[in-house]
Write a protein that binds this ligand. Structure first.
Ligand SMILES: C[S@@+](CC[C@H](N)C(=O)[O-])C[C@H]1O[C@@H](n2cnc3c(N)ncnc32)[C@H](O)[C@@H]1O
Length: 157
């Protein structure tokens, strides 16, 4: 166990800024069509990926764009089948609302917004279709997150 890992009783803490491999596989299986990944971090799994700082190795050869996705002027002028985001989990409400608007602006009607965060993409712009909570084999929640899938309604962002 290295300095980024700690064990306390039955709990195992691992310092992380990345989704574990199994969670990535679970999420990626839900992608449909062309994917935009907002806040891609070290996992540029979309056809187009955006982060404040490009730090992932784009093994799939897809673009990593450096931009602030909360900026209302951020617009790729393209609509995707799926928008995925694993944003910083400490984002306050107004950042979450801005993320919803950016996702909506880049989704086709009926497109999928997949959000890996401990809140739901509740908004007039989306119908929430699925919510997943992740459990470890012990039956305890694996972490504080939810994976939610919302479908874009016919609205203007
Ligand atoms: C939880 S990490 C993403 C982790 C990624 N899913 C992975 O597995 O590596 C959140 C990312 O959001 C990025 N970020 C934070 N604020 C942002 C903003 N306003 N616009 C774009 N990216 C942002 C950070 O740079 C960070 O890489």
């Amino acid at each position: 166990m290295n300095s980024t890992e700690t064990r306390k009783g039955r709990y195992h803490f691992k310092k992380t800024w990345e989704a574990p491999k199994e969670i990535r596989e679970f999420i990626a299986a839900k992608f449909e069509g062309e994917v935009l990944n907002l806040c891609c971090g070290n996992w540029p799994c979309g056809n187009v990926n955006v982060d404040l700082v490009a730090k992932g190795s784009n093994v799939n050869g897809n673009a990593i764009i450096e931009a602030d996705i909360l900026n209302p002027a951020f617009n790729l002028n393209k609509r995707f089948d799926t928008v995925f985001s694993d944003p910083p989990w400490n984002w306050p409400y107004h950042f979450r609302a801005a993320l919803n608007r950016t996702a909506c602006r880049h989704l086709k009607e009926g497109g999928i917004f997949l959000l890996n965060a401990p809140w739901l993409p509740k908004s007039y712009m989306f119908n929430i279709a699925e919510i997943w909570v992740m459990y470890s084999n012990s039956g305890l929640p694996r972490n504080a997150t939810l994976l939610s899938m919302a479908l874009k309604k016919e609205v203007k962002p």
